[in-house]
Design a protein around this ligand. Structure first.
Ligand code: FES
Length: 98
């Protein structure tokens, strides 16, 4: 589990929950999460660059919308990231447990 204070606005962190690694982003105070494995070939999205709600994978530069899981670039990609429900409770970030 991560704490809200661990992830400043505009930053991402890898967070373990239920033995899975997720990338959690703070987008203007809203926390968004997807699996930390890039849908393309499994790159570590938590090491990517965040721009708004879009994260760029560090391996081949594919871009993913964290809200929808859809690719921004290349837009025609069929792969999808899987958004994970996030809830903030008492300063903690809860993932996929809603
Ligand atoms: S593994 Fe992420 S873009 Fe290829």
């Amino acid at each position: 589990m991560a704490e809200v204070n661990d992830i400043p606005v505009g930053q991402v962190r890898a967070v373990l929950a239920e033995n899975r690694s997720y990338v959690v982003a703070n987008v203007g105070g809203e926390f968004l999460a997807v699996d930390n494995r890039c849908p393309h070939l499994g790159g570590p999205l938590a090491r990517g660059k965040l721009d708004g709600a879009v994260i760029t994978c560090p391996w081949h530069g594919w871009e993913w919308d964290l809200r929808t899981g859809r690719p921004v670039w290349p837009a025609a990609a069929r792969d999808r990231a899987r958004p994970v429900p996030v809830r903030v409770e008492d300063g903690g970030i809860l993932l996929g447990l809603l």
